[in-house]
Write a protein that binds this ligand. Structure first.
Ligand SMILES: *Cc1c(COP(=O)(O)O)cnc(C)c1O
Ligand code: SF4
Length: 353
């Protein structure tokens, strides 16, 4: 980490208050600028939101190993002067992260045990997950990958080729999942190379799935090139977004989602049940309604993975079960996500409700 963060010099940002550029845009400069000028400093973020700097007190230490990272386009959707804003709560480091809780570990889903070859995790029949990169466009404080040894993920085309070749002998493989980190932090050129490799080495694949938060946190990531890349696949492409709260979806996100749909992408959402973010019936119903409004199907609501530093986000499993039951009483069946938990060693995610 540089000792001077970008936000300390942000007066030189020419686009500080520029309106968000239209989507899809024709080059990558907009989203790369969003990455570059993202908030990396709690004091600057709190000042932007007219909140006291004391809210970040005591949080410095955990932030050092998994620093704050929140793009401006995401921050724009936070409410000013509201310390309980559900988007802010997802990204603001807190002193509670340093607390040690029994049962909360560095690799709660035991991914390390399921590493089939470098960067490939195989837990479930028919599906393989490729850690395409360790980078993300937002640092979610509750993330189960926050301690993941990303340096072991393949970084070059040759290493991707080796890992994918290892999968090509397996005729039971139907679906490749690009995950990370966030696979859409790869630039279009690199992503195109990866997708080409996938087509070459796994020609019988039925589906390509991409797990990403980028169209939500930086909607400008949905470039014309990306749409072209996705639209030209010979397999069905499924994009699983990660939206936890209805406030995350504004007009720009809606445009990015429309653009993805224009590439015939199937759109699903997964959320994590988070204390202080979306742990009420109203927030869950609003999230489902908002997702359907923009044409995204609620897929999973995850019980929090018990990762060290995230205990303050955990809700009781019974709360999740109750919320789902109450949602069933209010919404059409397709608007109710499955409440699941990642139990290591099981043949699928465990359906809790
Ligand atoms: C969650 C997960 C999947 C996908 O599971 P689905 O139930 O198909 O969404 C695949 N591989 C790994 C390693 C996972 O953790
Ligand atoms: S974007 Fe996904 S992988 Fe990255 S920090 Fe957030 S939850 Fe974790």
């Amino acid at each position: 980490m540089p000792t001077r963060t970008i936000d300390e010099t942000s007066t030189s940002d020419p686009q500080a208050d520029a309106p968000i550029s239209p989507i899809p845009c024709h080059d990558e400069s907009a989203w790369l600028a969003e990455m570059k000028w993202a908030y990396r400093d709690a004091a600057a973020l709190l000042q932007r939101l007219k909140l006291p700097a004391s809210l970040a007190e005591g949080a410095q230490q955990p932030a050092d190993s998994f620093p704050l990272f929140a793009p401006r386009s995401f921050v724009q959707r936070m409410r000013s002067s509201d310390p309980k804003d559900p988007l802010l709560r997802q990204v603001l480091p807190s002193a509670e992260e340093a607390e040690v809780h029994r049962g909360f570990t560095d690799d709660p889903v035991a991914d390390a045990d399921f590493a089939a070859s470098p960067g490939i995790i195989r837990k479930y029949a028919g599906r393989a997950l490729l850690i395409a990169t360790g980078s993300c466009a937002v640092h979610c404080r509750y993330c189960f990958r926050r301690h993941f040894p990303y340096s072991e993920a393949p970084r070059s085309l040759n290493l991707w080729r080796e890992s994918l070749q290892a999968l090509s002998a397996d005729s039971s493989l139907n679906e490749l999942i690009l995950s990370g980190g966030d696979p859409l932090t790869l630039r279009d050129l690199r992503l195109g190379e990866l997708l080409e490799l996938v087509s070459q080495l796994l020609p019988d694949l039925k589906r390509l799935r991409i797990h990403t938060r980028l169209p939500v946190v930086i909607p400008q990531r949905v470039t014309a090139e990306l749409i072209e890349l996705l639209a030209s696949r010979s397999t069905r492409v499924v994009v699983v977004l990660h939206v936890n709260h209805a406030n995350e979806i504004d007009r720009t996100v809606c445009q990015a989602i429309d653009a993805l749909r224009s590439a015939s992408v199937m759109l699903l959402n997964q959320a994590v049940l988070l204390r202080g973010v979306n742990d009420t019936l109203v927030s869950q119903v609003d999230l489902s309604e908002r997702l359907l409004e923009v044409g995204v199907m609620p897929y999973y609501l995850h019980q929090l993975d018990r990762v060290a530093g995230a205990a303050h986000y955990e809700c009781d499993v019974r709360l999740g079960e109750t919320l789902i039951e109450q949602m069933r009483g209010r919404l059409p069946g397709y608007a109710v996500p499955r409440f699941v938990r990642d139990d290591p060693g099981m043949p699928s995610k465990s359906w809790l409700a």
